[in-house]
Design a protein around this ligand. Sequence first.
Ligand code: WQD
Length: 337
Amino acid sequence: MSKILVTGGLGFIGSHTVVELQNEGFEVVIIDNLSNTTIDVLDKITSITGKEPLFEKLDLKNQPSIQEFFKKHQDVEGVIHFAASKAVGESVEKPLMYYHNNISTLIYLLEEMRTNKVNNFIFSSSCTVYGQADQMPITESAPFKTAESPYGNTKQIGEEIIADTSKVSDLKAIALRYFNPIGAHETAKIGELPIGVPQNLIPYVTQTAAGIREQLSVFGGDYPTPDGTAIRDYIHVVDLAKAHTVAMKRLLNGENNSDFEVFNIGTGKGSSVLDVIKAFENATDQKLNYKIVDRREGDITEAYADTTYAQNELKWKAELSLDDALASAWKWQKTLK
Ligand code: WQD
């Protein structure tokens, strides 16, 4: 079976994708610089699938090391690219770090793929490219809005770099625009490992329930939504991981309709922050301590996916529910020290 390179493959979404690739019989080699994860995730993946992925510790900002990589792994047939910085708030404070770490590395990787005639590429994109879309659910034809953050801008620029490159080379690429990935593998051996104070909702919820955080602040109760709190499309990370294996097979089998395709990867269902809190309390029988405070700068009111295109073209749809995801997140949280 084909050998796939997964950059950032020891991260949250990357590790779950490696598991699903191995379940599908792919051979996997991981590149990770360990800046936002730990090496023991490699053993955890191995303990889930019984197969140890190949691993190279390297930083994609070092282009010669990518050249060395492809000399050593000449049988790579496709690349799934997760490695990037992804904290929205941090990107506002450190724009140059984000443009260097997210854009330069993409360019170096694409250059080395072209030199080594590796033409199948899956890019980790985000619904953040839409900003506050005008219509719900959001389709792939919704326009890019001015990015709310340098992080979001790196996803917009990244897609444009890939689209332009695919027009003048043999590159075939798919960008998957994630909505809000949450949850953990059913074994609770891998999951989300936020470093420091969690920025995202679900790790903050589970850490509050675990007594690590005193109280969850709900950012805004005055949005124009049924209960006043903001709405997102929370997708189980395992469903998201499976979308990557499906997309890679599409390219390897030459089933793509064009050299650059984009797909919204969500559940198609919007949930408010209060919906999530209620669902968490029901799924885990845990009362959650929270209070409604002011809105967070840069947040949008509402975003949930129109998944028609992914269902028709990828023959993929999310199978797991919000309750499944929240229960898995809580099971994972309880394994953490
Ligand atoms: C979800 C909702 C918050 C924390 C961002 C990026 C996206 C992706 C996921 C990387 C919002 C509310 C949150 C808290 C809260 N990033 N919230 N209290 O902002 O939708 O998406 O993270 O891949 O690209 O844009 O996710 O989890 O931060 O927030 O009330 O302590 O929860 O206001 O409404 P977001 P989030």
